[in-house]
Write a protein that binds this ligand. Structure first.
Ligand code: GLU
Length: 471
């Protein structure tokens, strides 16, 4: 087993796109864990050579997304951000140096000509200009002269050591016709300048790696140890994509996935602790994580499993923290009720019951809206299911008894039991129409506790309304 030199310097090198992909978040976490467990450094490098967009905004977005998953700029392991665009002089120097050393040459072939030479669009560059001795002129690309013999062995902690015959590696471009260096070269020069010892990144870059490794050596340096993380796929085994799938970390957080749950889940997306204990604090995962133990096969982004993790994290919160975490959903303007209608004491009274039932915080409103809306949100399917023949009689009887009982959970339950008995029904059956009349839905918080918080007056008004509709 190859061991990367210590102290380790890793990096996370996103190309800003305006949103933070969960796959990027996983790469960042694996780099972060690797750096921190070994007293190393995590460099954030923004690969911003696509200068058309606003750098400040992206950078802030990336830094705050990283902070949301615990990768904090304030941590001593964190270095940067650095910007690829600011290292362009060095990229150009490297290209010029390779040319001066005879390791690169200029090429004036158009794409059409290359296709014509090779007879196929699939094949790479055929080396047509290799020996033509062209000098620089606008429009000429600079190509790296790859060796004709031998193999390039990529030392990859996850994929074994894949071998790439040099003869099959085309003479790839390192600078464009306008002289600007291409990504492959810029990425290597930056890693070299930043002293990166280990590159942990997505599998989609594996095909670049033999080319990049040749560049490292041509630039007189030993390449880093590589680790290419498996692709993340959806339930149809398709690569997670922003067109098809929900991939933005921000969207998950905005929907009410707790950052700690997301971090825990992402750490397990391609790796697992040896003792199989999956739900555990990040600090433990950080110590246990080994990049060489990451599984090479594609990792399924299982939203159900994420939601189940999230439910566990929600249930583990002290109730007051749960109440605080719900604030964005229950406080106006996002809440479906007005600010005046919301009663924090009533919410606090049922919060603990809701906490055990939801797996994503955004689900909270449907459990408690019956308390804060003038009229319950009526779910028609629930209404049709619960309001059968005889329901009106049952509701009338329940109403009569509820008008007189002591308003506490136990006597409320007794009233419903007695009502059920009158009609020869089980309690569960008798509860359904009452629940739908009061909350609009067949599923919800325990009924008697709900009634207690709703209060006698509102309960009777709602029962009357349901009875009027059934009449
Ligand atoms: N900027 C590249 C990307 O966002 C990352 C390249 C790398 O990690 O080497 O895909």
């Amino acid at each position: 087993m190859t061991v990367a030199p210590s102290p380790v310097r890793v990096r996370f090198a996103p190309s800003p796109t305006g949103m933070f992909h969960v796959g990027g978040a996983r790469s960042a976490l694996y780099n972060w864990a690797t750096a921190r467990q070994r007293g190393g450094t995590f460099v954030l490098r923004i690969e911003d050579t696509d200068a058309a967009r606003n750098r400040e905004e992206w950078t802030e977005g990336i830094i705050s997304a990283l902070a949301s998953i615990g990768i904090s700029k304030a941590d001593p392991a964190f270095e940067g951000p650095s910007f690829q665009s600011q290292n362009e002089t060095r990229h150009r120097e490297a290209a010029a140096g390779l040319y001066a050393a005879g390791l690169a040459y200029y090429c004036d072939c158009t794409r059409e000509q290359v296709t014509e030479h090779t007879g196929s669009q699939q094949l790479g560059y055929d080396g047509f200009c290799r020996e033509r001795g062209l000098g620089f002129e606008a429009g000429r690309a600079l190509r790296f002269r790859t060796p004709d013999e031998g193999v390039t062995v990529v030392v990859d902690l996850i994929r074994g050591n894949p071998q790439f015959p040099n003869a099959a590696i085309e003479d790839f471009a390192i600078a464009r016709g306008n002289g600007s260096p291409v990504f492959l070269l810029a990425n290597v020069v930056d890693d070299l300048d930043e002293g990166i010892t280990q590159v942990i990144r997505g599998e989609e870059h594996l095909s670049n790696t033999p080319k990049q490794q040749l560049l490292w050596r041509a630039l007189g340096a030993e390449p880093p140890v590589w680790a290419h993380l498996p692709v993340i796929v959806n339930e149809k085994r398709q690569k997670l994509s922003k067109r098809r799938d929900k991939v933005a970390l921000e969207d998950y957080l905005a929907e009410g996935y707790l950052p700690e749950a997301v971090v825990n889940y992402l750490m397990l997306l391609g790796w697992g602790p040896k003792d199989d204990v999956e739900i555990r604090p990040y600090a433990e995962l950080e110590q246990l994580f080994r990049v060489e133990d990451v599984n090479g096969s594609s990792a399924f982004f299982d939203i159900k499993k994420l939601a189940s993790f999230n439910g566990e994290y929600i249930r583990a919160l002290p109730v007051d923290e749960f109440v605080a975490a719900c604030a964005p959903w229950i406080s106006s303007p996002r809440a479906p009720w007005s600010a005046e209608a919301f009663d924090p004491a009533q919410f606090a009274a049922v919060a603990g019951l809701a906490q055990t039932r939801i797996s994503v915080l955004s689900e909270i409103t449907a459990y408690v809206d019956f308390l804060f809306l003038d009229e319950p949100v009526r779910d028609e399917v629930s209404w049709a299911k619960a309001m059968k023949e005889g329901s009106a009689d049952l509701l009338r009887e329940a109403r009569r008894r509820l008008a007189e009982t002591v308003w506490e959970t136990a006597p409320l339950k007794a009233v419903l039991e007695e009502t059920a008995a009158v009609f020869g029904l089980k309690l569960g059956k008798a509860q359904a129409p009452v629940r739908v009349a009061l909350t609009g839905r067949t599923v919800g918080l325990p009924l008697f506790e709900s009634l207690e918080v709703l209060g006698r007056e509102r309960t009777l008004v709602r029962l009357d309304k349901a009875l009027a509709e059934l009449a």
